[in-house]
Design a protein around this ligand. Sequence first.
Ligand code: FES
Length: 295
Amino acid sequence: MENKKIGSVLVIGAGIAGIQSSLDLANSGYKVYLLEQTPAIGGTMAQLDKTFPTNDCAMCIVSPKLVDCGRHPNIEIITNAELGKVTGEAGNFKVEVKKNPRYVDEDKCTGCGACTAACPVSIALYPVEKIYVKLKDEDLKKVEPILEKYRGQKGNLMPILQKINREYRYLPEDILRYVSDELNVHLADIYNIVTFYNSFNLEPRGKYIINVCIGTACHVKGAPGLIEALENELGIKVGETTKDKNFTLETARCFGCCGLAPVITVNEDVHGKLKREDIPKIVKHYKSLEEKQDA
Ligand code: FES
């Protein structure tokens, strides 16, 4: 009886490898116990932005697997637990597991996070480094009203960063350091956010963002020629900004108006059915707008 083979498996570690192994085994009909030392499954991959070599979003890959794992009838997840003594032999091991307390009723917990918000105790995970950036008066005039509007509000970091990004057309480093000091948020946490979302820029951008569609329809109808003409006209390459900070040249895939291919946008303006000969006229138009404003 002692040697009877048991059709259950213990997978140790709930990173992406442990999760995938558990799913494969569970789908093959085994009962799987997935043991994880930390309070949550997902491991390092759940903390990554992009993954090598395809540059795919890490969470887009891992989160469906987290859900599958959590819902699979053959998988029992044991988090916040450590492996103890292992006895027995292949096919019939006995394992001791030390489960650490979670201080909540796991059967009732929905993971809503309300307890975190209500908890009167706060512990800094790492010290917030104070750099005390001194901003120029002109920057203070721009940044302080934004901070004032949201100071003390929960979840204020995103709107503050969005407004600063709009104001400067990018997020200058000294401004981010100032925000970090003022809100008492670690600079690393701010960088986590601003490098995750495409709408934030860490490099200065031009007043006019010229975006060339390189989707299939536009490519076939001559987008490469438009890019070449724009590069010649502006004296910059894709991804760069002119020295006067007036123009930034970028590319993107399909603007959803393939009937107008090839298409470029200049800020909110859409220019369609273009030929490369049209480019100098378009650039001239926006340069003249600038000159009028300067006059
Ligand atoms: S491919 Fe250019 S708009 Fe669709």
